[in-house]
Design a protein around this ligand. Structure first.
Ligand SMILES: [Cu+2]
Length: 354
Protein backbone atom coordinates (compact mmCIF):
# COMPACT_ATOMS: atom_id res chain seq x y z
CA UNK A 1 0.00 0.00 0.00
CA UNK A 2 2.82 2.34 0.96
CA UNK A 3 4.62 1.49 -2.22
CA UNK A 4 1.50 2.16 -4.28
CA UNK A 5 1.01 5.53 -2.56
CA UNK A 6 4.64 6.37 -3.18
CA UNK A 7 4.38 5.34 -6.81
CA UNK A 8 1.24 7.44 -7.28
CA UNK A 9 2.80 10.44 -5.58
CA UNK A 10 5.95 10.14 -7.69
CA UNK A 11 3.85 9.79 -10.80
CA UNK A 12 1.88 12.88 -9.80
CA UNK A 13 5.08 14.79 -9.07
CA UNK A 14 6.50 13.90 -12.47
CA UNK A 15 3.24 14.46 -14.29
CA UNK A 16 2.40 17.79 -12.65
CA UNK A 17 5.12 19.89 -14.26
CA UNK A 18 4.26 18.53 -17.68
CA UNK A 19 0.57 19.23 -17.13
CA UNK A 20 1.00 22.67 -15.58
CA UNK A 21 4.23 24.21 -16.68
CA UNK A 22 4.49 25.01 -20.34
CA UNK A 23 4.51 28.15 -22.41
CA UNK A 24 1.32 29.62 -23.77
CA UNK A 25 0.47 27.99 -27.11
CA UNK A 26 -1.29 30.50 -29.31
CA UNK A 27 -1.77 27.88 -32.04
CA UNK A 28 -4.23 25.96 -29.86
CA UNK A 29 -7.92 26.55 -30.64
CA UNK A 30 -8.55 27.43 -26.98
CA UNK A 31 -5.89 30.16 -27.00
CA UNK A 32 -8.79 32.44 -27.92
CA UNK A 33 -11.65 32.72 -25.42
CA UNK A 34 -15.25 31.86 -26.40
CA UNK A 35 -16.08 34.23 -29.27
CA UNK A 36 -18.50 36.49 -27.35
CA UNK A 37 -15.59 37.69 -25.21
CA UNK A 38 -13.97 40.84 -26.61
CA UNK A 39 -10.31 41.76 -26.13
CA UNK A 40 -9.60 38.27 -24.82
CA UNK A 41 -6.19 37.64 -26.37
CA UNK A 42 -3.04 39.50 -27.36
CA UNK A 43 -0.68 38.95 -30.30
CA UNK A 44 3.06 38.61 -30.83
CA UNK A 45 5.00 41.67 -32.00
CA UNK A 46 4.27 42.55 -35.63
CA UNK A 47 1.21 40.31 -35.93
CA UNK A 48 -2.06 41.52 -37.47
CA UNK A 49 -5.51 40.00 -37.16
CA UNK A 50 -8.71 40.76 -39.02
CA UNK A 51 -12.06 39.48 -37.81
CA UNK A 52 -15.72 39.49 -38.65
CA UNK A 53 -18.45 38.57 -36.20
CA UNK A 54 -22.13 38.11 -37.07
CA UNK A 55 -24.19 38.41 -33.91
CA UNK A 56 -27.87 38.14 -33.31
CA UNK A 57 -29.59 38.81 -30.03
CA UNK A 58 -33.20 38.10 -29.13
CA UNK A 59 -35.27 39.78 -26.46
CA UNK A 60 -38.68 38.45 -25.58
CA UNK A 61 -41.33 39.24 -22.99
CA UNK A 62 -41.03 41.71 -20.12
CA UNK A 63 -39.91 41.57 -16.51
CA UNK A 64 -40.48 43.84 -13.55
CA UNK A 65 -37.80 42.85 -11.09
CA UNK A 66 -37.73 39.10 -11.60
CA UNK A 67 -41.50 38.86 -12.18
CA UNK A 68 -42.89 38.23 -15.65
CA UNK A 69 -45.26 40.96 -16.85
CA UNK A 70 -47.63 40.31 -19.74
CA UNK A 71 -48.16 42.72 -22.64
CA UNK A 72 -51.75 43.15 -21.47
CA UNK A 73 -50.60 44.05 -17.92
CA UNK A 74 -48.36 46.77 -19.33
CA UNK A 75 -50.97 48.12 -21.76
CA UNK A 76 -53.61 48.20 -19.01
CA UNK A 77 -51.25 50.04 -16.65
CA UNK A 78 -50.15 52.59 -19.27
CA UNK A 79 -53.48 53.19 -21.06
CA UNK A 80 -55.04 56.54 -20.24
CA UNK A 81 -58.21 58.03 -21.70
CA UNK A 82 -57.62 59.70 -25.02
CA UNK A 83 -54.05 58.47 -25.25
CA UNK A 84 -52.38 55.44 -26.77
CA UNK A 85 -50.27 52.93 -24.86
CA UNK A 86 -47.44 50.83 -26.22
CA UNK A 87 -45.68 47.67 -25.12
CA UNK A 88 -42.93 45.71 -26.85
CA UNK A 89 -43.44 42.01 -27.57
CA UNK A 90 -40.03 41.16 -28.97
CA UNK A 91 -36.84 42.66 -30.26
CA UNK A 92 -33.98 41.32 -32.31
CA UNK A 93 -30.62 42.95 -32.83
CA UNK A 94 -28.32 41.86 -35.63
CA UNK A 95 -24.79 43.11 -35.54
CA UNK A 96 -21.96 42.86 -38.05
CA UNK A 97 -18.73 43.54 -36.21
CA UNK A 98 -15.51 44.16 -38.12
CA UNK A 99 -12.35 43.99 -36.06
CA UNK A 100 -8.66 44.62 -36.48
CA UNK A 101 -5.76 43.88 -34.13
CA UNK A 102 -2.09 44.77 -34.33
CA UNK A 103 0.68 44.03 -31.86
CA UNK A 104 3.27 46.81 -31.74
CA UNK A 105 5.23 44.68 -29.23
CA UNK A 106 4.79 41.39 -27.39
CA UNK A 107 3.37 43.44 -24.54
CA UNK A 108 1.04 45.75 -26.45
CA UNK A 109 -1.79 44.85 -28.86
CA UNK A 110 -4.00 47.53 -30.44
CA UNK A 111 -7.63 46.93 -31.37
CA UNK A 112 -10.27 48.50 -33.58
CA UNK A 113 -13.91 47.40 -33.61
CA UNK A 114 -16.47 48.72 -36.08
CA UNK A 115 -20.07 47.56 -35.56
CA UNK A 116 -23.00 47.82 -37.93
CA UNK A 117 -26.36 47.35 -36.18
CA UNK A 118 -29.86 46.45 -37.20
CA UNK A 119 -32.62 46.65 -34.55
CA UNK A 120 -36.11 45.29 -35.10
CA UNK A 121 -38.88 45.67 -32.58
CA UNK A 122 -42.42 44.33 -32.53
CA UNK A 123 -44.88 46.25 -30.40
CA UNK A 124 -48.55 46.41 -29.60
CA UNK A 125 -50.23 49.80 -29.61
CA UNK A 126 -53.52 50.10 -27.72
CA UNK A 127 -55.67 52.88 -29.13
CA UNK A 128 -59.11 54.35 -28.52
CA UNK A 129 -61.53 53.45 -31.30
CA UNK A 130 -65.05 54.85 -31.58
CA UNK A 131 -67.53 52.02 -31.08
CA UNK A 132 -70.12 51.29 -33.79
CA UNK A 133 -72.83 52.67 -31.49
CA UNK A 134 -70.94 55.92 -31.30
CA UNK A 135 -70.43 55.92 -35.08
CA UNK A 136 -74.18 55.53 -35.61
CA UNK A 137 -74.99 58.49 -33.42
CA UNK A 138 -72.18 60.67 -34.79
CA UNK A 139 -74.40 63.77 -34.41
CA UNK A 140 -74.00 63.89 -30.65
CA UNK A 141 -70.23 63.89 -30.12
CA UNK A 142 -70.60 64.19 -26.37
CA UNK A 143 -72.12 60.74 -26.34
CA UNK A 144 -69.23 59.21 -28.26
CA UNK A 145 -68.04 55.96 -26.78
CA UNK A 146 -64.73 54.34 -27.37
CA UNK A 147 -63.22 50.92 -26.93
CA UNK A 148 -59.62 49.75 -26.80
CA UNK A 149 -58.14 48.38 -29.96
CA UNK A 150 -54.76 46.66 -30.11
CA UNK A 151 -52.66 47.20 -33.20
CA UNK A 152 -49.43 45.34 -33.90
CA UNK A 153 -46.57 47.63 -34.93
CA UNK A 154 -43.05 47.12 -36.15
CA UNK A 155 -40.15 49.52 -36.08
CA UNK A 156 -36.54 49.25 -37.05
CA UNK A 157 -33.31 51.17 -37.03
CA UNK A 158 -29.99 50.38 -38.65
CA UNK A 159 -26.58 51.88 -39.23
CA UNK A 160 -23.09 52.29 -37.87
CA UNK A 161 -22.75 51.71 -34.11
CA UNK A 162 -20.12 53.08 -31.72
CA UNK A 163 -16.58 52.43 -32.98
CA UNK A 164 -14.13 51.26 -30.31
CA UNK A 165 -10.38 51.79 -30.25
CA UNK A 166 -8.51 49.85 -27.62
CA UNK A 167 -5.22 48.61 -26.28
CA UNK A 168 -4.35 45.42 -24.44
CA UNK A 169 -1.28 45.40 -22.24
CA UNK A 170 0.31 42.14 -21.06
CA UNK A 171 1.42 42.10 -17.46
CA UNK A 172 1.98 38.36 -17.04
CA UNK A 173 2.87 35.49 -19.37
CA UNK A 174 4.37 32.58 -17.46
CA UNK A 175 3.92 28.80 -17.41
CA UNK A 176 0.74 28.91 -19.44
CA UNK A 177 -0.85 31.73 -17.43
CA UNK A 178 -1.55 35.11 -19.02
CA UNK A 179 -2.92 38.34 -17.68
CA UNK A 180 -3.53 41.56 -19.59
CA UNK A 181 -5.18 44.90 -18.94
CA UNK A 182 -7.98 46.06 -21.25
CA UNK A 183 -8.50 49.70 -22.08
CA UNK A 184 -10.73 51.01 -24.87
CA UNK A 185 -12.45 54.20 -25.90
CA UNK A 186 -15.90 53.95 -27.44
CA UNK A 187 -16.55 56.84 -29.85
CA UNK A 188 -20.05 58.32 -30.28
CA UNK A 189 -20.31 57.32 -33.95
CA UNK A 190 -23.67 55.54 -33.57
CA UNK A 191 -26.78 57.65 -34.11
CA UNK A 192 -28.99 58.64 -31.16
CA UNK A 193 -31.47 60.41 -33.45
CA UNK A 194 -33.18 57.36 -34.98
CA UNK A 195 -36.81 58.18 -35.69
CA UNK A 196 -40.04 56.55 -36.74
CA UNK A 197 -42.79 58.77 -38.24
CA UNK A 198 -40.65 61.80 -37.33
CA UNK A 199 -40.60 60.83 -33.64
CA UNK A 200 -37.46 59.85 -31.76
CA UNK A 201 -37.44 56.12 -31.01
CA UNK A 202 -37.00 54.78 -27.47
CA UNK A 203 -33.47 54.45 -26.04
CA UNK A 204 -33.14 50.77 -26.90
CA UNK A 205 -33.65 51.40 -30.59
CA UNK A 206 -30.83 53.93 -30.84
CA UNK A 207 -27.53 52.84 -32.39
CA UNK A 208 -25.05 54.43 -30.00
CA UNK A 209 -24.59 55.91 -26.54
CA UNK A 210 -23.91 59.42 -27.82
CA UNK A 211 -21.04 59.77 -25.32
CA UNK A 212 -17.36 58.89 -25.19
CA UNK A 213 -17.24 55.74 -23.08
CA UNK A 214 -14.20 54.22 -21.40
CA UNK A 215 -14.00 50.44 -21.21
CA UNK A 216 -11.50 49.22 -18.68
CA UNK A 217 -10.70 45.94 -17.00
CA UNK A 218 -8.51 42.86 -17.05
CA UNK A 219 -8.42 39.44 -18.69
CA UNK A 220 -6.85 36.30 -17.33
CA UNK A 221 -6.35 33.14 -19.39
CA UNK A 222 -4.59 29.86 -18.71
CA UNK A 223 -3.81 26.59 -20.44
CA UNK A 224 -2.51 23.24 -19.43
CA UNK A 225 -2.15 20.16 -21.59
CA UNK A 226 -5.66 19.07 -20.63
CA UNK A 227 -7.74 22.24 -20.92
CA UNK A 228 -7.96 26.03 -20.98
CA UNK A 229 -9.77 28.51 -18.75
CA UNK A 230 -10.05 32.21 -18.20
CA UNK A 231 -11.90 35.17 -16.73
CA UNK A 232 -12.55 38.78 -17.61
CA UNK A 233 -13.91 41.82 -15.79
CA UNK A 234 -14.80 44.94 -17.80
CA UNK A 235 -16.45 48.20 -16.74
CA UNK A 236 -18.01 50.51 -19.31
CA UNK A 237 -17.92 54.05 -17.90
CA UNK A 238 -19.83 56.79 -19.74
CA UNK A 239 -18.37 60.27 -19.71
CA UNK A 240 -20.35 63.51 -19.96
CA UNK A 241 -23.80 63.85 -21.46
CA UNK A 242 -24.87 63.31 -25.05
CA UNK A 243 -26.49 65.84 -27.44
CA UNK A 244 -29.93 64.66 -26.38
CA UNK A 245 -29.24 65.45 -22.69
CA UNK A 246 -28.85 61.98 -21.27
CA UNK A 247 -26.14 59.48 -20.32
CA UNK A 248 -26.65 55.73 -20.62
CA UNK A 249 -25.96 53.75 -17.44
CA UNK A 250 -22.51 52.36 -16.72
CA UNK A 251 -22.12 48.62 -17.30
CA UNK A 252 -20.10 46.08 -15.34
CA UNK A 253 -19.47 42.59 -16.64
CA UNK A 254 -17.59 39.65 -15.17
CA UNK A 255 -17.32 36.29 -16.86
CA UNK A 256 -15.42 33.05 -16.66
CA UNK A 257 -14.98 30.15 -19.04
CA UNK A 258 -13.64 26.64 -19.45
CA UNK A 259 -12.41 25.20 -22.71
CA UNK A 260 -11.57 21.67 -23.71
CA UNK A 261 -9.51 20.91 -26.81
CA UNK A 262 -11.16 17.80 -28.25
CA UNK A 263 -9.04 17.74 -31.41
CA UNK A 264 -5.79 19.49 -32.34
CA UNK A 265 -7.81 22.14 -34.12
CA UNK A 266 -11.10 22.13 -32.22
CA UNK A 267 -12.04 23.19 -28.70
CA UNK A 268 -15.41 23.33 -26.97
CA UNK A 269 -16.31 25.96 -24.40
CA UNK A 270 -18.67 26.73 -21.53
CA UNK A 271 -18.98 30.28 -20.22
CA UNK A 272 -20.83 32.01 -17.39
CA UNK A 273 -21.35 35.80 -17.38
CA UNK A 274 -22.84 38.28 -14.94
CA UNK A 275 -23.70 41.79 -16.04
CA UNK A 276 -25.05 44.79 -14.14
CA UNK A 277 -26.06 48.07 -15.75
CA UNK A 278 -27.50 51.30 -14.41
CA UNK A 279 -30.47 53.39 -15.41
CA UNK A 280 -30.18 56.36 -17.73
CA UNK A 281 -29.11 59.64 -16.19
CA UNK A 282 -30.95 62.66 -17.64
CA UNK A 283 -33.59 62.33 -20.30
CA UNK A 284 -34.27 62.85 -24.00
CA UNK A 285 -36.81 65.72 -23.86
CA UNK A 286 -38.64 64.33 -26.89
CA UNK A 287 -39.33 61.10 -24.99
CA UNK A 288 -40.66 62.84 -21.88
CA UNK A 289 -44.31 62.57 -22.95
CA UNK A 290 -43.79 59.18 -24.54
CA UNK A 291 -42.78 57.59 -21.21
CA UNK A 292 -46.38 58.04 -19.97
CA UNK A 293 -47.48 55.68 -22.74
CA UNK A 294 -44.48 53.42 -23.24
CA UNK A 295 -42.14 51.95 -20.57
CA UNK A 296 -39.29 51.81 -23.13
CA UNK A 297 -39.18 55.61 -23.14
CA UNK A 298 -38.65 55.84 -19.38
CA UNK A 299 -35.01 56.53 -18.38
CA UNK A 300 -35.64 54.91 -14.98
CA UNK A 301 -36.74 51.60 -16.50
CA UNK A 302 -33.45 50.72 -18.18
CA UNK A 303 -31.17 49.21 -15.52
CA UNK A 304 -30.80 45.56 -14.63
CA UNK A 305 -28.74 42.50 -13.91
CA UNK A 306 -28.29 39.44 -16.06
CA UNK A 307 -26.74 36.05 -15.48
CA UNK A 308 -26.17 34.15 -18.73
CA UNK A 309 -24.42 31.01 -19.94
CA UNK A 310 -22.84 30.18 -23.26
CA UNK A 311 -21.60 27.11 -25.08
CA UNK A 312 -19.38 27.37 -28.10
CA UNK A 313 -16.56 26.07 -30.23
CA UNK A 314 -13.29 27.39 -31.67
CA UNK A 315 -11.81 25.86 -34.81
CA UNK A 316 -8.34 26.63 -36.16
CA UNK A 317 -7.74 26.32 -39.89
CA UNK A 318 -4.61 26.59 -42.06
CA UNK A 319 -2.93 29.94 -42.79
CA UNK A 320 -3.90 31.66 -39.53
CA UNK A 321 -7.63 31.29 -40.08
CA UNK A 322 -10.13 30.52 -37.35
CA UNK A 323 -13.87 29.95 -37.16
CA UNK A 324 -15.90 30.16 -33.97
CA UNK A 325 -19.43 30.19 -32.70
CA UNK A 326 -21.12 30.64 -29.38
CA UNK A 327 -24.72 30.36 -28.24
CA UNK A 328 -25.70 32.26 -25.08
CA UNK A 329 -28.91 31.92 -23.12
CA UNK A 330 -30.29 33.73 -20.07
CA UNK A 331 -30.23 31.95 -16.72
CA UNK A 332 -31.56 34.65 -14.44
CA UNK A 333 -32.26 38.35 -14.67
CA UNK A 334 -33.65 41.19 -12.63
CA UNK A 335 -34.73 44.34 -14.42
CA UNK A 336 -35.98 47.79 -13.47
CA UNK A 337 -39.22 47.21 -15.26
CA UNK A 338 -41.41 46.68 -17.01
CA UNK A 339 -38.47 46.12 -19.32
CA UNK A 340 -37.84 43.71 -22.16
CA UNK A 341 -35.92 40.60 -21.13
CA UNK A 342 -32.85 39.06 -22.76
CA UNK A 343 -33.61 35.67 -24.28
CA UNK A 344 -30.59 34.39 -26.20
CA UNK A 345 -27.82 35.32 -28.61
CA UNK A 346 -25.69 33.66 -31.24
CA UNK A 347 -22.27 34.71 -32.52
CA UNK A 348 -20.56 33.31 -35.62
CA UNK A 349 -17.09 34.54 -36.43
CA UNK A 350 -14.12 34.34 -38.73
CA UNK A 351 -10.64 35.50 -37.76
CA UNK A 352 -7.41 35.63 -39.70
CA UNK A 353 -3.99 36.38 -38.20
CA UNK A 354 -0.92 37.16 -40.32
CU1 LIG B 1 -6.57 38.77 -32.35
Amino acid sequence: MKRLTFTLLSAAAIATPSVWAHDWQSSRPDSHAPISVMGDHTHKEGEFMLSYRAMSMNMKGMLDGDEKVSVDDVLTAYKKDGMNAMAPTKMTMHMHMFGGMYASSDKTTWMLMVPYLENNMDMIMRMDMPTTDAMAGMGSMAMMQTMDMDMPMKMNSSGLGDIKVGVLHNILDRDGHKLHLNLALSLPTGSIDEKVNDKVMAYRMQLGSGTYDVLTGATYAAQNSFMGWGAQAIATIRTGENDRDYTLGNRYKVQGWLQKPVLDNLSLSARLAYEDWDNIDGEDSELMMMKMMNPLADPNLQGGQLLSAGIGANLTLPAGNRLAFEYTTEIDQKLDGPQMAFDDSLVLAWQMAF
